[in-house]
Ligand binder design. Structure first.
Ligand code: 13P
Length: 335
């Protein structure tokens, strides 16, 4: 087994998932200010440190995606953050894109930047302890979108990113996120997500990526959040499985979904049903940001000294999602 395949499998073993704690300073400021906590480097670290010290890190969280600021910070006890994550039994990772910018030629769409100087930054992150990385491409659905241009351009940069990451002996998380914002149907989401993922793999193969040494981070197949169509969780699970079965090469070891604005329970229930019906060989787990942290952040914001209280809430969500990744979750387990 290759070293990269080993890391990918270790991150997702036994129902473990990924904590996406890699919000950029801008996004993290929105999250903190949304619960009336000033967004200072100290507060950003304090909340994250609270989660990284939680007991579920060992049982449920196989990997943590960090942001550049966090991977270089030290805890109040003078531990380096990647060392703390490893000590807690998880694997440190790092977001390496520098954000989605307006796509020249199609100004209503985005292209993700960050390739310039990436090889040097990767070496630095590797030395700091990162074993895997993340890059997010983003696509919106409406009548004319995503355009061929955005699908091709984002696939190209995702492949160039992945090649540099594997060259530096880390596992790339490949994240093509088709957004749930909009009036589109679940069928539109299915069609567009299939096209986006197929195109990504064409480019990954062209760039000679070892597909056994990546993790795919896709969206689930959902109706747009402004759509009149309401589809059941069972349908979400079946459409998602069907889409991935037809667009992801079988060498890929694991798929870790983003939550993308679903509520915490919805993201857990959908993941559970996906695993209940999964007949593929892909591990299907989670790489959630909001759906793992939202309730814990809300609680923590009211009393930032109550570390145990916030950890309890985070532990519960992590456990529920790990049960869902094993197809063993049920609604009665929610408190
Ligand atoms: P959400 O689960 O909040 O969508 O975040 C996952 C992520 O890492 C987006 O890039």
């Amino acid at each position: 087994m290759s070293e990269l395949n080993n890391i990918a499998l270790k991150i997702l073993e036994n129902g473990k998932g990924i904590l996406a704690a890699d919000e950029s300073t801008g996004t993290m400021s929105k999250r903190l200010e949304g619960v009336n906590v000033p967004s200072t480097p100290e507060n950003r670290l304090l909340f994250r440190e609270t989660l990284f010290n939680a007991s579920s890190m060992n049982e449920c969280i196989g990997g943590v995606i960090l942001y550049d600021e966090t991977i270089k910070q030290e805890t109040s006890k003078k531990n380096k953050i990647p060392e703390l994550i490893s000590k807690m039994g998880s694997i440190p990772g790092i977001k390496v894109d520098t954000g989605a910018k307006v796509l020249a030629g199609s100004p209503n769409e985005k292209i993700t930047e960050g390739l310039d100087g990436l090889r040097d930054r990767l070496r630095e992150y590797y030395k700091l302890g990162a074993k895997f990385t993340k890059w997010r491409g983003v696509y919106n659905i409406s009548k004319n979108y995503p355009s061929k241009l955005s699908i091709k351009a984002n696939a190209h940069v995702l492949a160039r990113y992945s090649a540099l990451v594997q060259e530096c002996n880390m596992v790339p998380i490949v994240e093509p996120e088709v957004l749930m914002d909009g009036e589109h149907s679940a069928n539109d989401c299915y069609e567009k997500t299939s096209e986006v993922i197929k195109r990504c793999f064409e480019e990954l193969i062209l760039h000679k990526i070892d597909l056994k040494g990546i993790i795919l981070k896709p969206n689930m197949i959902l109706a747009g959040n402004k759509s009149k169509e309401k589809i059941s969780n069972e349908e979400v699970a079946k459409l998602t499985l069907d889409c991935l079965k037809n667009s992801v090469p079988s060498e890929v070891p694991g798929i870790a979904f983003l939550s993308g604005g679903q509520s915490e329970i919805e993201a857990t229930e959908n993941l559970h049903l996906i695993n209940k019906y999964n007949k593929t060989n892909f591990i299907m787990s989670y790489s959630y940001g909001r759906a793992l942290q939202q309730s814990a952040l809300k609680f923590w914001s009211k009393d930032i000294q109550n570390v145990e209280g916030a950890q309890k809430i985070f532990n519960h969500r992590a456990k529920m999602n790990t049960l869902a990744a094993l197809g063993k979750w049920s609604k009665d387990l929610e408190i």
